[in-house]
Ligand binder design. Structure first.
Ligand SMILES: [Fe+2]
Length: 144
């Protein structure tokens, strides 16, 4: 197997990742019906984010909107690594909290744990969206 074969195994868009996400939920025993009307929306606060980089070597310059606007590969790599680790912890927390649903002392506690698990999945969902949407092949390879 060469590198091209490995890359081709990865779907290149977010919609394909959503299917993998669904399979992950099944593997860990999370029933999607538990989500009720909870939705995995992508949330960005564009109104308050501003359009200029706020600190560091690139302070005052326009914020980067696409991967190739990032001037150095080491910065691209660092961003991808941070987003990957963030997403990884979101999904890992759901896997670790999963047992709380069966052992919650009250229904209120069970619903609270379930709400947290939903929110953690949404956070990971957003990290996968970032990787798939803004970081091309490299981002797609990084997601879970
Ligand atoms: Fe989170």
């Amino acid at each position: 197997m060469n590198e091209t074969d490995v890359v081709e195994k990865y779907p290149t868009n977010f919609e394909a990742w959503i299917q993998e996400f669904s399979e992950w939920q099944t593997r860990i025993g999370f029933d999607p019906s538990w989500l009720g009307d909870y939705r995995f929306d992508i949330k960005f606060d564009w109104d308050t984010a501003g359009s200029e980089i706020e600190f560091g070597d690139f302070s005052g310059m326009p914020k980067w909107e696409r991967r190739m606007q990032i001037p150095q590969q080491n910065i691209r790599d660092a961003i991808i690594n941070m987003v990957s680790v963030q997403g990884d912890t979101e999904f890992a927390s759901v896997e670790q909290q999963n047992h709380l649903l069966a052992s919650a002392p009250t229904e209120y506690d069970r619903k609270s744990a379930l709400r947290i698990m939903c929110e953690e999945q949404r956070h990971g969902w957003q990290m996968a969206y970032l990787l798939c949407t803004f970081f091309g092949e490299q981002g797609v390879r990084q997601r879970w």
